[in-house]
Design a protein around this ligand. Sequence first.
Ligand SMILES: [Mg+2]
Length: 166
Amino acid sequence: MNPFFPDAFFPRVEEIEPAFLHQQGLQGVIVDLDNTLAPRHCAVCPPSARAWLDRLKADGFRLLLLSNSPSRRVRQYEEQTGVPSIPSAMKPLFGAHGRAIRRLSLPPSRVAVIGDQIYTDILGGNLAGAYTILVGPLSKGSDHLWTKLVRWVEKPVLHAYFKRHP
Ligand SMILES: [Mg+2]
């Protein structure tokens, strides 16, 4: 399978139903923070994202926030959501996703990796053997210059993916 292709796509993280995750045999969820759960400059977790995390928790999923953002920002989200986190993860390098999966004490095939970026979230999740879900980015305008560049490089991959999965 193409390591740049996600197993599934949803426009927004809140649209990923617990029932869908159960159908795939998943028990754990590793979720990206910036532009997946919240816009990049947002200091407070959006209520809809919080409600989604609470629904997954209530359904028995093991959750973890995995972010390349610095500790201070990621810990704020950990406090607000009650979901444990790994900050400054350097996804997709240094086995960041493998480490996160081990933290959940689940086999990789039981874990969903959810994020808005092909070259960090999806590639890292696929290489670690997880089930990967791409979501539409929340706020492209506020991206780092680096992320803007990466999104440009992502374009042909996204094009190829959506051609195959209209
Ligand atoms: Mg992101």
